[in-house]
Design a protein. Structure first.
Length: 514
């Protein structure tokens, strides 16, 4: 059944789900009930449809005060996707059936391996937005519980990459990535300018934070724009040999991005999907050589070194199968990197270190130069075991700062911004110690949760400053944390969580006496 309607923009957003509202008489004639899926097409003046249309969920109006027969109410998400639609536009509606990939998703939930064709169907339907959020969630949970074999991950990687733009920068294209989970891991803001200053080509693309308070794109966006077209990206890279971009705006692996948005809601990041997502974006962006940072510690995705090593070997094997040379680095993550957590706070801390490396946090300085050094060695810029030395030389000479300023300028930011000019949340609370002792542990999971309750990553100015880290001596009344937010309500909730889930453990540094 096909019907045409005049549109009514409702001015209501769902936050992601695409919904339309039709009168019950029209629903009866169309043969749909609440919750059914339909495809919506904008109709051009020449009576030609805007293909391919979008899939939406039907809600039913039971009286004419809201929606009258012949009119369709559209939530904001519909207009965001079909720009041609305005109030009183003409749209065509067709009842839609489950896409072919629906059967494949059920198959994965049942724990069965998927064929290449089934994975192609899932990725295609995801890219074309034929799958509902609940179906995407079913696939993610199915993978999380049942897992994927190596062939499935390779197929998923290739097809994710093919779902969007593909770049080719030749054989000497480098990047680094992190599996995340450790708060304050802003090392890319240090590594990229170090490498670019040495002449290495590094088109750094990043997703926004999935389960962490800030991703590289979130922090870089405090300093400069991260959203560019393909042509703009190419111009920046031609000029500066580097850039820090949000992968989503570059249309890199958009099918993976669709799943990532649902993963954020579910707050899960299945390892098999993580591998496919990371490698697909690297493939799409022309990366040939990659260093993967795998933080190890309580509250991260890999609580033990054994689990991290197992993941690293599997990642390297799959990377090799898709044509990417990789080195995996297991890094200590028993506490946050540096002292700042949250987009603006992390951008400020990274910029301060570039301005004056000697005064930067030792954990941030050491981790950034360790990984930069490995990439310098991979690129032949430094001999074996001498990469860190060169990274420190580039940093201390000011070359990394000048390159970062050039990148910020090329991306539309203020290259002369002073770190102290970066604005953070206007509501702040200092948390003080009620007793003395030695900081024996810091709970990363609790840190992440406090920062997210304060508003991260959506609120760039929210976050945490950690005044006392592991090994520090604390006296009663010492400030140990500062929480920043942009509303009193958010600050109060974050403080409440802090008090009920203390992130700092005091005690002896001794684990056991035998």
């Amino acid at each position: 059944m096909i019907m045409r309607f005049k549109t009514k923009i409702l001015g209501v957003a769902t936050g992601g789900v695409k919904i339309v509202v039709i009168h019950r008489i029209d629903a009866f004639n169309l043969g749909v009930k609440p919750g059914d899926r339909i495809r919506v097409f904008a109709v051009k003046k020449s009576d030609i449809l805007h293909e391919p249309g979008i899939i939406a969920i039907v809600d039913i109006a039971t009286n004419e005060q809201l929606i009258s027969p012949g009119t369709i109410g559209l939530y904001d998400e519909i207009g965001d996707k079909i720009k041609e639609i305005t109030n009183s536009s003409l749209v065509e509606i067709r009842k839609a059936s489950h896409p072919l990939s629906f059967a494949a998703i059920k198959k994965k939930i049942e724990g069965k391996a998927l064929s290449t064709n089934e994975i192609i169907e899932i990725v295609r339907d995801c890219a074309e937005e034929k799958l509902l959020n609940v179906e995407l969630a079913a696939f993610i949970i199915g993978v999380h519980i049942r897992g994927l074999n190596d062939d499935e991950v390779v197929d998923l990687t290739h097809n994710f990459a093919k779902s969007g733009e593909i770049f080719d920068f030749g054989a000497n294209c480098y990047d680094k990535h992190s599996t995340g989970g450790v708060p304050g891991n802003k090392i890319s803001l240090i590594i990229v300018p170090i490498l670019a200053a040495s002449g290495i080509f590094i088109p750094k693309t990043s997703t926004r934070a999935i389960t962490s308070p800030s991703g590289t794109a979130d922090s870089m966006e405090v300093l400069a724009n991260v959203i560019f077209s393909k042509e703009e990206v190419l111009n920046i890279l031609e000029k500066e040999n580097a850039g820090i971009f949000w992968a989503g705006a570059m249309n890199s692996s958009p099918a993976a991005d669709g799943l990532i948005e649902i993963q954020k809601i579910l707050n899960i990041d299945p390892l098999d999907l993580m591998i496919a997502s990371i490698l697909s974006k690297k493939l799409a962006n022309g990366i040939k050589k990659l260093v993967l940072d795998i933080p190890i510690g309580a509250g991260t995705k890999f609580p033990t070194q054994e689990k991290g090593r197992k993941f690293a070997f599997r990642f390297k094997e799959i990377a090799k199968r898709v044509g990417i040379e990789s080195v995996c680095v297991l890094t200590s993550a028993d506490q946050p990197i540096g002292h700042a957590v949250g987009p603006a706070l992390e951008a400020r801390e990274a910029l301060r270190l570039l301005w004056n490396p000697e005064k930067g946090p030792s954990s941030l300085l050491n981790k950034a130069t360790d990984i930069a050094g490995i990439l310098l060695e991979m690129a032949g810029k430094a001999p074996e075991s001498r990469g860190k030395e060169l990274a420190l030389e580039i940093l201390n000479s000011g070359r990394a700062l000048r390159k970062m300023q050039a990148i910020i300028k090329a991306q539309g930011g203020n290259p002369n911004i002073n770190p102290n000019e970066i604005k953070v949340g206007s509501f702040m609370r200092e948390l003080k110690a009620d007793k003395g002792g030695i900081v024996a542990s810091i709970n990363n999971k609790s840190i992440n949760q406090i920062a997210k309750i304060a508003g991260c990553p959506g609120d760039q100015k929210a976050g945490i400053e950690i005044e006392k880290k592991i090994g520090a001596k604390i006296h009663p009344g010492d400030v140990v944390f500062r929480i920043y937010a942009n509303s009193q309500a958010s600050l109060n909730k974050a403080v409440e969580y802090y008090n009920s889930h203390p992130p700092i453990g005091l005690g002896s540094m001794t684990i056991e006496k035998i």
